[in-house]
Design a protein around this ligand. Structure first.
Ligand code: SF4
Length: 365
């Protein structure tokens, strides 16, 4: 394999370490300072070597069962304990699963706010209902924060809660609630959320219980570039230990209708540009090379055009059809709530790549 052309300014030892899956924090900082096109070209080569020319997507449906929440995350525009609050009944959840099944969804992604008056039985009830009517539907559900919350309310260990959830039908978990895995940042943006070590603990235990997860980063608010890199290296360290991550998904912070975003907008310091988004996808590919093969560009966060461009900067997956998307939309995302399989195929072919529908675990459908 040819790694970059001979005019590249990226030092050979950085290329070699990245190629071997050992890119350091200093290497990553240096790469982020390189010419963007060199960074993108390097990430693109590593992507090609890892997964070839195929770009995947999943036919799935999001179900956010409630927007009521006892959490206090300052970046959240989804929570509503006032007039706009809702909580779906089990029947309403099942209706949505049924709609998902009708259009050929292979996965339902179920998450919600943290309700004060439920326990693990509530979460198990959702899983068991879905599995009893749709045994083949893959259930991708409950963030590490929801699992932590449910375990606390039921006075159980995280491990026991995960075993029970798996027994009730939980197939995989979204690696959300990661935000930035730095307690300095978490104390500013989500002081009552589980801490870095607790997120790592829940996810590691999930993997060890046979529940794979995705990994995410929510970037573009109060974190430093170094903290972004540390976050990705934390993900890599977990993966070395468990092998339980299916993909890494950079999630751009949406600044509208939330306190943190409004403060940043008022200060005039909102800093994420399309270029910065692409660089994050590229550096994630490089830092996670040989460890996590799948880097997702989220069309909901980036928009379709930028997500397609990210396919040339290290990304190899475009996420899901979704059907409904409430969380980003409430914080200002305006890229839609549904993308059809036909549009995914068109978008991917337009980038000169080969589209393929996948399952949650990146298997063929
Ligand atoms: S991000 Fe989640 S946990 Fe935090 S306030 Fe919003 S709904 Fe609640």
């Amino acid at each position: 394999m040819v790694l970059l052309n001979s005019n590249s300014n990226i030092p050979d030892d950085v290329i070699q370490r990245s190629f071997n899956g050992e890119c350091t924090k200093e290497d990553a900082l240096l790469l982020l300072d390189a010419q963007p096109l060199e960074l993108f070209s390097f990430a693109n080569e590593l992507r090609e070597k890892a997964v070839g020319n195929t770009v995947t997507y999943i036919v799935n449906r999001n179900i956010n069962f409630t927007n009521m929440c006892v959490g206090t995350c300052g970046f959240c525009a989804f929570k509503d304990n006032g007039n706009g609050r809702y909580r779906l009944s089990l029947d309403q959840i099942m209706e949505k699963v049924s709609d998902a099944a009708k259009i050929g969804s292979t996965e339902v992604c179920i998450q919600g706010g943290l309700l004060p008056n439920v326990n693990l039985d509530f979460y198990q009830g959702i899983l068991e209902s879905v599995k009893s009517e749709f045994p083949d539907m893959h259930i991708h559900a409950f963030s590490p924060m929801e699992v932590y919350h449910a375990a606390q309310l039921s006075d159980m260990s995280i491990k026991d809660a995960l075993v029970e959830l798996k027994r009730s039908g939980l197939d995989t978990m979204p690696g959300t609630a990661a935000e930035i895995l730095s307690d300095r940042v978490r104390n500013i943006i989500c002081p009552s959320k589980l801490k870095t070590a607790e997120w790592v603990d829940v996810v590691t235990l999930a993997h060890k219980t046979g529940i794979p997860t995705t990994a995410t980063i929510m970037y573009g608010h109060v974190e430093t570039i170094e903290e972004r890199i540390d976050h990705i290296i934390t993900i890599r360290n977990i993966q070395k230990q468990t092998g339980g991550f299916t993909e890494f998904v950079p999630l751009l912070f949406m600044p509208y209708n939330n306190k943190i975003g409004e403060d940043i907008l008022r200060s005039g310091k909102f800093s994420t540009t399309g270029l910065e988004d692409l660089k994050l996808h590229a550096i994630a590919r490089i830092l996670l090379n040989t460890h996590v093969d799948n880097i997702q560009a989220s069309w909901v966060k980036l928009g379709k055009k930028l997500a397609r461009f990210a396919l040339t900067c290290g990304a190899n997956d475009l996420g899901g059809t979704l059907m409904e998307e409430k969380i980003s939309k409430s914080a200002g995302a305006s890229h839609g709530e549904y993308m059809s399989p036909q549009e995914f195929e068109w978008l991917i072919r337009g980038a000169g790549r080969d589209p393929k529908q996948r399952t949650t675990l990146y298997r063929d459908v």
